[in-house]
Design a protein around this ligand. Structure first.
Ligand code: UP5
Ligand code: MG
Length: 190
């Protein structure tokens, strides 16, 4: 915040919709720093922080970690990056997250990149990911879907009313999805 103009894009979409995959491609082409809230939380668990056990239990149940914890990690990562353009992936996940981020940082997102994908496709992707994530099992996946519909989709609806949602059909190949993403990011040159 302050005098320096910071550009933030929130990247939202259900579990397995391709947020991380597409963010990596946006970074290569448009000079953004990618901050995955989930990755930051998993790194916090690994670091042995005092919040680790709480975060770990929440992730195993597909529940949303209190905003304060996630926002602290995001703010630290933003400062450390030295960049002024950020893709914030997988956050805000509920109304509490959204309101707290706005109050604490005073940052208003440029727009919301929303990956729209059917649950059957997302389930199939998550079950074949094989990266050892503790939440990639069918029981937790079902809980993640429920939390997404009940708590995260309303955040997308909130920004949609403000005309800020750029919705992308995410049920295509990685490159087909990126072709659409590219058009959305074309104003942001490296
Ligand atoms: N894949 C990707 N795109 C594809 C395509 N077009 N066609 C075919 N396959 C495709 O992709 C998932 C898999 O699909 C990969 O194997 C990929 O190769 C393939 P990925 O890009 O990883 O999708 P993504 O949307 O990033 O899926 P992810 O599982 O990361 O989404 P989640 O939102 O579930 O996970 P996240 O890490 O954001 O959060 C995990 C948990 O952390 C949450 O459930 C919650 O408990 C906690 N959390 C919070 O509490 N607060 C936060 O703010 C953030 C997280
Ligand atoms: Mg991800």
């Amino acid at each position: 915040p302050g005098d320096k103009k910071i550009a933030v894009v929130f990247v939202l979409g259900g579990p397995g919709s391709g947020k991380g995959t597409q963010c990596a491609k946006i970074v290569e082409n448009y000079g953004f720093t990618h901050l995955s809230a989930g990755d930051l939380l998993r790194a916090e668990i690994k670091s042995g922080s005092e919040n680790g056990t709480m975060i770990s239990n929440m992730i195993k149940e597909g529940k949303i970690v209190p905003a304060e914890v996630t926002i602290n990690l995001l703010q630290k990562a933003m400062l450390e990056s030295g960049n002024d353009k950020f893709l914030i992936d997988g956050f805000p996940r509920n109304e509490e997250n959204r309101a707290a981020f706005e109050n604490v940082t005073k940052i208003e997102p440029e727009f919301i990149l929303f990956f729209d994908c059917p649950e059957e496709e997302m389930e199939c992707r998550l079950l074949s990911r094989n990266q050892g994530r503790v939440d990639d099992n069918i029981e937790t996946i079902r809980k993640r879907f429920k939390v997404f519909v009940e708590s995260s989709l309303p955040v997308v609806g909130y920004y949609d009313l403000k005309g800020k949602v750029r919705k992308v059909d995410a049920a295509k190949t990685v490159n087909e999805v990126f072709d659409v993403v590219k058009d959305i990011f074309s104003p942001f040159h490296k």
